[in-house]
Design a protein around this ligand. Structure first.
Ligand SMILES: Cc1cc2nc3c(=O)[nH]c(=O)nc-3n(C[C@H](O)[C@H](O)[C@H](O)COP(=O)(O)O)c2cc1C
Length: 402
């Protein structure tokens, strides 16, 4: 799996820098192409010559070096690498990467890199547990970077605790795992909608529905793991944003219409799993409505997002969801046709054990070409993976046609 892969090993200035030599050696033995860059401080711990000899490539430490004067080295390395591995990752380099600083070669390369980055943090426990480092780690993870930590043990400073760098063999295994994962959405732009919308009655009350967003969040997370650039347009939910996903919050059906339609043209795949209100109060009140006698709430239709996308669709694959309590197939197929979808995933909401707020789902898939498939009851994460397998097929078919 690692053979012929382009791996940039980035060494920063921690005591574990010597272990990075073992990692480079393992990668070379597995047939990878390795290029090493080091911070100035890393060179105080281990000589570039060690890495040059092991990687059989020059080591880069200086942004302004003119060894290859025709190329901008940090940008070229950023395009060349399939994966960047920062080992050891000092508290300092984690902070710089989280903030987007670019004041030396290594940090400038990380900002220019198009590939995912695997960080192997290594530092004293107090530095690791400092709220600033924890916040930086969280930021980097949320951006889709991969973290690999060593267990607790005796540290170079004499303390016992967390902060050891993972062993070269463990980092190598994480790199192998990364390359063996499915990356079939690499280079694709995917938009997913999830959750319920809220339609304002007044400033404190609203109309909503039972959707929790779990299914859509699972689809967004799976697409990101499989290499897609994912935008998640989400109603208000209590769910954390999945790793590596750009989440945009849209409260009402109108907000969701605007956020989705403005991004549609640049997308390859759109999965509309949100439960968007069909009706909204005709004249929401400003302030809080005072209690009085009975009253009738006048509702008007919201804009139909799926129908709009279906009408505009050119090269995109468009996947809709349908929640039905009766005649599932008939209603789902009808929606598929009317809205010009490529695929519809129908939920039987008369079942108590799946669907809304549940961790499991069973999906009936109906395709524009007449096919149908059932995804048997399983965790929503698994259902999301299966749904994406079918979406990937549709994307490939469209690619062949165009
Ligand atoms: C002997 C010694 C060991 C160090 N080990 C670590 C370490 O393991 N992790 C860390 O984050 N910083 C460590 N430091 C501090 C870093 O070298 C320092 O923060 C430096 O500015 C990091 O620079 P760089 O991230 O540009 O390589 C150590 C410093 C010394 C003197």
């Amino acid at each position: 799996m690692i053979k012929d892969k382009h791996i940039a090993v980035c060494v920063s200035g921690g005591i574990a820098a010597y272990k990075a030599a073992g990692l480079v050696s393992l990668l070379k033995k597995a047939g990878a192409e390795v290029r090493v860059c080091m911070t100035e401080n890393a060179c105080r711990f281990i000589a570039p010559l060690t890495f040059e000899t092991l990687s059989k490539n020059p080591v880069i430490t200086d942004t302004f070096s003119r060894e290859t004067p025709y190329e901008v080295s940090h940008v070229a390395l950023g395009k060349w690498a399939d994966l960047a591995v920062v080992a050891p990752a000092t508290a300092n380099i984690l902070a710089k990467a989280a903030c987007g600083l670019a004041d030396d070669y290594l940090s400038t390369f990380l900002l220019a890199a198009k590939c995912p980055v695997l960080f192997a943090p290594a530092m004293n426990s107090a530095m690791l547990h400092h709220p600033a480092t924890q916040a930086n780690l969280k930021t980097l993870e949320e951006r889709g970077n991969i973290m690999i930590f060593g267990g607790a043990g005796l540290l170079a400073c004499g303390d016992v605790g967390d902060g050891r760098m993972a062993e070269p063999e463990e980092i190598f295994a994480a790199i192998e795992a990364y390359f063996s994962e499915k990356r079939d959405f690499s280079g694709k732009k995917v938009l997913v909608t999830a959750g319920a919308t809220r339609e304002r009655i007044d400033d404190v009350r609203y109309l909503t529905n039972r959707s929790t967003g779990k299914m859509g969040y699972a689809v967004a997370a799976a697409a990101a793991r499989r290499g897609a650039e994912v935008t998640l347009v989400s109603g208000i939910t209590g769910l954390p944003a999945p790793k590596g996903v750009n989440r945009i919050t849209a409260e009402s059906a109108e907000d969701m219409f605007q956020e989705v339609t403005r991004r549609f043209d640049e997308m390859d795949l759109v999965v509309k799993a949100a439960a968007v209100a069909d009706y909204t109060p005709a004249s929401p009140m400003v302030g809080k409505m005072k209690k009085g006698g009975d009253f009738a709430l006048e509702l008007v239709r919201t804009k139909d997002i799926l129908a709009e996308l279906g009408a505009r669709k050119e090269r995109q694959v468009l996947v809709g969801f349908a929640a039905e309590s009766a005649e599932l197939e008939r209603y789902a197929r009808d929606k598929l046709r009317r809205k010009n979808l490529d695929l519809i995933a129908a939920n039987d909401i008369s079942r108590q054990d799946i669907g809304f707020a549940s961790d499991e789902n069973c999906l009936h898939l109906y395709f524009a070409d007449g096919r149908s498939v059932q995804i048997e009851k399983c965790e929503k994460e698994q259902a999301a993976e299966r749904l994406l397998d079918y979406a990937a097929e549709l994307l490939e078919q469209k690619g062949r046609q165009s």
